[in-house]
Design a binder for this molecule. Sequence first.
Ligand code: PGA
Length: 251
Amino acid sequence: MVRIPFIAANWKMNKTVDQAMNFTEHFLPEVKDAADVDIVICAPYTLLVLLGAQFKDTNVDLGAQNMYWEEKGAYTGEIAPDMLTDIGCTYVILGHSERRTLFHESDEEVNCKVQVALQHGLKPIVCVGEDLTEREEGKTSEKVSRQVRAAFKDIDAKEVLNCVVAYEPIWAIGTGKSASPQDANAVIQSIRQNLADIYEHEIAGQIRILYGGSVKPENIASLMAFEDIDGALVGGASLDWEKFAALVENK
Ligand code: PGA
């Protein structure tokens, strides 16, 4: 089963309009001929309208970093799924560890968001991963498996094909300390096995599973060399257009 490489930027809470324009002005021409790779930029809400217009008819897709599960109404400060599709978002990151840790998002809430995103035609990038204590206590598979099962509860096989999973060990995010490609691949294999247990091998074999956590142009190729690592979710190194273009190039 051929899975097209998937390179996604997670800009987190970074970039003003001017900074985003400067990025796209250089980045879009640089990657316009990149073949056999899906490129996604998940930007802050304030930039999505602008980027949606800029990415139209390009090979770069737009993503958000979160959304709420209600359709509209009195939810001050929240953003609904239709608001995202309306301005050209294809993807939405759900359950990022920063949302889970800093904003206390539970497995149940992540599952609810995954269901609603799919109902509205958004493709979720579902994040899972263990913290340092869990890793040191040998609880990585247990934690990741629990998160995967919870996130995909009541999602059927047809719908799950519209999802991407990102394995992001929390201790590797923003620390410069990436997981070794061997370790990342082993956890990703276990995630694929979890998906095969829920669905079936044929389905699990089609779902892209990314690695995230201190990915940079220098280590992307060694990660992607492993069979089960289908791409990367990139924070810090995605903020610089040259680095992010190099990541797309070196994938
Ligand atoms: P990082 O972040 O590349 O800066 O480690 C990755 C992420 O949080 O998605």
